[in-house]
Design a protein around this ligand. Structure first.
Ligand code: TRP
Length: 323
């Protein structure tokens, strides 16, 4: 009896968020965390190898080039690395190898997707001097449980890579960093990645690739509602839309209904009605300038140690110490 009830509860949170987001007045929305079910996580892994999605490779290049320098800035104490949203863990390998050359390293990938955690443990589980201990929880809850179990002599290094910080709006991003700081002790470190402003002509294809992988990734949230909530979305009547909002400096991702329609979503206890051209907002990706990242960290209780920028695809990694 326990298992079906658990399944029911998971559906209920998704159902409640869908019901709220698709029936409220004004802009419809679905929180972006629902993009990452098993299918969505797999599609995102494909996005990371697309030539148009330069962010991932910029992040990886920076890690490869600077992992030694980052590791040299940390104390020689035993190190606990915590990664918020590890995905497959592919680019983290460079960091862990550099850390493990200096000291035994415990690595906690934090992920809500169990598939991504399995893949990450496989990818990084055999590195010399590294012990992988996966945590299947939301970012902050996972970080708090790692922090609660730490030994006083250990240093924590939080890795927040990719462009997830850009998926928060500016005030939420700062609040999130302040929450991360709260979980840490003075002297702990944070390595924060952020995608930088660049011409829309370079940015847009990263979020609307010609092969249609990003479109599938976005549309999958409709398919997920069909699978899990018995919804009746006809995917051929929606299309992926990515636009650059220059005033807000962010890419905005939507799903656009190409016709007027009403879609039953039985397990959310509602229908979603669309006029022709109406959209569901699924995610925004804010683009920063380098100074902004430093200032945001400062205001959240961190001291910036160094920032590295990739010249090929403007992208920043900033290393902070908790004050
Ligand atoms: N964090 C990623 C980003 O902002 C997520 C992402 C990439 C994404 N492509 C997407 C989200 C397409 C929704 C739709 O770059």
């Amino acid at each position: 009896m326990v298992a079906p009830r658990l399944v029911q509860e998971v559906f209920t949170e998704f159902a409640a968020d869908v019901r709220w987001g698709l029936t409220k007045p004004g802009q419809k929305e679905i929180p972006s965390k629902y993009l990452y079910d098993e299918v969505g996580s797999a599609l995102f892994e494909v996005i990371t190898v697309l030539p148009e999605y330069g962010l991932f490779r910029a992040d990886e290049r920076l890690l490869r080039q600077n992992a030694e320098a980052i590791s040299a800035k940390l104390s020689p104490r035993p190190l606990v690395a915590v990664e918020l949203g590890s995905g497959s863990g592919r680019k983290t390998r460079w960091m862990l190898e550099a850390l493990a050359r200096r000291q035994p390293t415990v690595y906690h990938p934090i992920e809500i997707s169990s598939k991504a955690l399995d893949q990450c443990s496989r990818e990084l589980g055999r590195l010399h001097n590294v012990e992988v201990r996966p945590v299947q929880q939301p970012y902050l809850a996972g970080l708090l449980s790692v922090a609660a179990a730490r030994q006083p002599h250990e240093q924590l290094l939080v890795l927040f890579l990719g462009s997830t910080i850009g998926n928060f709006n500016s005030s939420a991003a700062e609040r999130f960093l302040a929450d991360v700081r709260q979980a840490l002790t003075a002297g702990d470190a944070l390595l924060l990645s952020a995608d930088l402003e660049k011409p829309a002509a370079q940015l847009l294809p990263a979020y609307d690739d010609p092969l249609g992988v990003t479109a599938s990734f976005n549309l999958n949230v409709l398919a997920r509602m069909n699978r899990e909530l018995e919804a009746e979305f006809d995917l051929s009547t929606f299309r992926h839309l990515a636009r650059y909002n220059a005033a807000e400096r962010r890419i905005e991702m939507h799903l656009l209904s190409t016709r007027a329609q009403s879609v039953p979503i039985p397990r959310a206890g509602c229908s979603a009605s669309f006029v022709e051209g109406e959209t569901i907002w699924t995610e925004s990706s804010h683009k920063y300038c380098p100074r902004e990242v430093i200032e945001m960290g400062r205001r959240s209780g961190f001291r910036p140690l160094r920032q590295w920028i990739d010249p090929e695809w403007p992208f920043a990694q900033t290393l902070f110490l908790a004050e």
